[in-house]
Write a protein that binds this ligand. Structure first.
Ligand code: PEP
Ligand code: MG
Length: 596
């Protein structure tokens, strides 16, 4: 090989370097035939629809059977999403609406399915965040399967890739990903479409298979058999690399393997500083499936379980039993380790299908705890399930977006009512610590009052920074202002941590700031007692903490609090960290798989 390969830049979906041969998966979009039918065809068309739905369900059951076996790799990673797709097939909004369209508007079954799905998708705003856009993709995958079945086409990948292949596709459905991964043959994934929150990305992270998504054109640039390098940590793909590029990546892969081995040596050791301060390192999860990876990276707890996923990609609401089973599974997987489950944080345009509320500015609207308090019945279902699940582990309940004491009391009252109900029903429960997210400036400023009425704080810096500096966290145009080390943010953090310390209440941090090793010394200085982050970030943060002194953190904090400009503060922190921990900041935060 001479010259250099074609380099594509996509989204860093799952870290790790893989080198292997390209194996393309054809996933051509299905064309939906549209036809008006005669009155005499209506019943036959409804029957075709029913059959296609049944066949789709059988296919998914089959995929599930393949990936859920005891020897299957990552079975649990896939079954939840496949179950969700099976539920969507039975969704009234799909089935009844498609039947209605066939009967009343005389559409053929394919067209009726397409229209019904469009209506369901309409419930997700066009400009909803990435995560919710991806749930729209789930609806597409389900719809495509039904339409393909109506047309007699095979909806699933039917060929297994050779061992060590780099799978290249326009997009992959959850069922495709499950089928491709369950024999652990695939070295990496690269797709044209997708986002960091697509199912492929989430599963790839959970199984530690490197992945780059959203490249836009990998299927146009690579063909079966081409050599491909995937650098999942940097979102880079090199097609047909030159000999020197290949050598470079081989060396990077070897270094990474070595780093990983070293970092994981401390997996079972506490994150204790040289001056004996211990910080609990916990994980943020969105799916139960992420738990094994979290534990493999030395996670000591779940610091934040975002329960929103349970509500998404569907038009009905999860019932109490579904909530309960989900929480129970996570609690049992963590054993005696704490699991902080956050009640659902949706609202504005982030709502389950059919439950839209109008708001021009959803980030400031009826979201999170505000929405729950407005929908007491829905809230009650979640609270009852949480309390029922409490007997299966070490549960903590957390309320998001608390803005003041009255709101905290209202949320606690709702919890007490649920507890009282269950008590009357004779349902066993355990005492559960109740905490709040500190992610609004109002909450930070009155942390001394809030702390008297809850058992722990968890600082959500993603939102706290958004609301403090007044920048939309989704808006690229103002991203340059998003500065965790802005003096205003630092002062806010100090107020919160001081209030917690004075009251003897633990204070966690679960925003992205917590998982960036460069911040570790500052956070030690603040006196944070738990840091919650993505599992793969844990080993590097632990390494810094074990080599640090909290007293040095306090000195650094005092120094930067006397400065003015965020850029100066950032530079000061970076220089101090580079001096104290040479080489460390260059180390990739994520310890992903190395394969190929
Ligand atoms: C936060 O706001 O920092 C946080 C952890 O919550 P989310 O990212 O889910 O809004
Ligand atoms: Mg938040």
């Amino acid at each position: 090989m001479t010259g250099s390969g074609t380099i594509l830049v996509g989204l860093a979906a799952s870290p790790g370097i893989a080198i292997g041969r390209c194996w393309t998966v054809e996933r051509r979009k299905v064309r939906t035939p549209k036809r008006r039918i005669g009155a005499e065809e209506v019943e036959a068309e409804v029957a075709r629809l029913r059959t296609a739905l049944e066949v789709s369900d059988l296919q998914l059951a089959d995929v599930r059977g393949k990936v859920a076996g005891p020897d299957a790799v990552g079975g649990a990673e896939h079954t939840a999403i496949i179950d969700m797709h099976r539920m969507m097939l039975k969704d009234e909004m799909l089935v009844l609406e498609a039947q209605r369209l066939i009967r009343e508007e005389r559409l053929n079954a394919e067209w009726a399915v397409k229209r019904a799905l469009r209506k369901i998708k309409g419930a997700f705003h066009e400009h909803a965040d990435e995560y919710f856009k991806e749930r729209r993709a789930d609806i597409d995958f389900v719809g495509e399967r039904v339409i393909k079945n109506l047309l007699g086409q095979a909806p699933d990948v039917d060929e297994q890739p050779p061992e060590g292949a780099i799978v290249v596709a326009h997009d992959l459905s959850p069922a495709d990903t499950a089928l491709l991964l369950h024999e652990r043959k695939v070295a990496a994934f690269v797709t044209d479409a997708g986002a960091k929150t697509s199912h492929t990305a989430i599963v790839a992270r959970a199984l530690e298979v490197p992945a780059v998504v959203g490249t836009g054109r990998v299927t146009a640039c690579a063909k079966r058999g081409d050599w491909i390098v995937v650098d999942g940590g940097r979102g880079l793909v090199v097609i047909n690399p030159s000999a020197s590029e290949l050598e470079e990546y081989e060396a990077a892969r070897a270094r990474r393997l070595e780093d990983e081995k070293q970092l994981l040596q401390t997996r079972d050791l506490p994150a204790r500083t040289l001056d004996d301060v211990t910080v609990r390192l916990a994980g943020n999860i969105e799916f139960a499936e992420e738990v094994p990876s979290l534990l493999a990276h030395g996670g000591e707890a779940v610091g934040l379980y975002r329960t929103e996923f349970l509500y998404m990609g569907r038009s009905d609401l999860p019932d109490e039993e579904e909530h309960y089973q989900n929480y129970r599974r996570i609690l049992e997987a963590l054993g005696p380790r704490p699991v902080t489950i956050r009640t659902f944080d949706l609202g504005g345009d982030k709502l389950p299908a059919g439950m839209r509320v109008n708001a021009d500015n959803p980030a400031l609207g009826l979201r999170a705890i505000r929405y729950c308090l407005r929908q007491p019945e829905m809230f009650r279902v979640q609270l009852r399930a949480l309390l029922r699940a409490s007997v299966h582990g070490n549960l903590k309940i957390m309320f998001p977006m608390i803005s003041g004491v009255a709101e905290l009391r209202a949320a606690r009252r709702a919890l007490e009512e649920a507890r009282e109900e269950l008590r009357r029903e004779g349902v066993p429960m355990k005492d559960v610590p109740v905490g709040i997210m500190i992610e609004l400036p109002s909450a930070a400023m009155i942390a001394d009052r809030l702390v008297r009425e809850c058992d722990f704080f968890s600082i959500g810096t993603n939102d706290l920074i958004q609301y403090t500096i007044g920048i939309d966290r989704q808006n690229k145009d103002v991203a340059y202002l998003y500065k965790p080390l802005h003096l205003a943010v630092l002062r806010m953090l100090k107020i919160v941590c001081d209030a917690a310390r004075a009251a003897g209440v633990p204070v966690s941090m679960c925003g992205e700031m917590a998982g960036e090793p460069v911040n570790a010394l500052v956070l030690l200085g603040l006196g944070v007692t738990e840091l919650s982050m993505n599992g793969p970030s844990i080993p590097v943060v632990k390494r810094v903490l074990r080599a640090a002194k909290a007293s040095d953190g306090r000195v650094l904090l005092e120094r930067i609090l006397s400065m003015t400009f965020a850029d100066d503060i950032e530079r000061e922190v970076r220089e101090e960290m580079t001096r104290r921990f040479p080489g460390l900041l260059e180390q990739e935060a994520a310890v992903g798989a190395v394969s190929g």
